[in-house]
Design a protein around this ligand. Sequence first.
Ligand SMILES: Nc1nc2c(ncn2[C@@H]2O[C@H](COP(=O)(O)OP(=O)(O)OP(=O)(O)O)[C@@H](O)[C@H]2O)c(=O)[nH]1
Ligand SMILES: [Mg+2]
Length: 314
Amino acid sequence: MRTEPSPPTETTGPESGPFRAGFVTLAGLPNVGKSTLLNALVGERLAIVTPKPQTTRRRLLGIYSDAGHQAVFIDTPGLLEPRYTLQRSMRDEALAALEDADVTLVVVDAGFEPSVEWARGTGRTLRHPTVLCVNKADRRSGEDLDALIRALDDGGWDAVFRTTATTGEGIDALREGILSRLPESPALYPEDELSDAPVREFVAELIRETCLEELEQEVPYSIAVQVEQFKERGEGEPTYIEALVFVERESQKGIVIGAGGETIKRIGRRSREKIERFLDGRVYLELRVKVLANWRKRADRLRLLGFRVPQEEG
Ligand SMILES: Nc1nc2c(ncn2[C@@H]2O[C@H](COP(=O)(O)OP(=O)(O)OP(=O)(O)O)[C@@H](O)[C@H]2O)c(=O)[nH]1
Ligand SMILES: [Mg+2]
């Protein structure tokens, strides 16, 4: 059956302005709350969030659509001076996402001065329109926050907003401010799509998030997760998922497994619960820990794990 051509009203907004769509790249130092903001702006828990810096390693799309707009938010790894190949790949991911931006959302943590300094310096030089988001507003008293925002709001930004991403405070105003600055464009993705990442990638990230929560010091940073098998087995049966947890050294393998397998059991149980919530169904999760020596420093191993690594890294 042939469908009628869409009436023009379908491509106009509720206030019948033009349809607006584009890429919105979140940028800032590690741990300022970019991933928490992406989840709040989209209204779904897509990006993993932990109290540890350098949680995000790759860009992640989160798509918000309404009757008049589509914002394709891109969460990025926190920008930092890279010390090894993985961090160079993380920085490249963030910089490439900034190239794609129609709107740049510069995020600072109101309670973390270096992130404010970064916004005043590098943040200001990013591609316009540039919207400043002073996040973690709850970490400062009202007057103190007002003073910080007055100091930052010097005319160099297209707009300045304050948010507490963990409670949702200020998110609607921020989203409005971003949507109104998108270019006129038809939608870039189907309007019921939330991301472009495959389900296995979300599953691997939930396992990595649990590892970051359960492990301390260098060990969580040495972890990469890859889903090897993902089998839906039909009505009433749990989805069968097998994943590899890579570490860099034999000693780390012992730590991840723990005495009597205690630690890996706990990581497995907590990961399974998160995956079941995400998939909205029962899951059987099998985790195996494997050494992939020095993978964070080796271009070939990083590529094997799906990271983009610059050519000059060999
Ligand atoms: N108090 C407070 N904490 C927040 C807020 N937003 C995020 N956080 C917390 O800050 C920590 C870091 O949040 P993330 O969203 O992972 O930060 P990020 O910028 O994505 O960090 P990287 O991926 O490491 O660059 C988590 O513990 C969050 O719960 C906020 O508005 N207020
Ligand atoms: Mg993040």
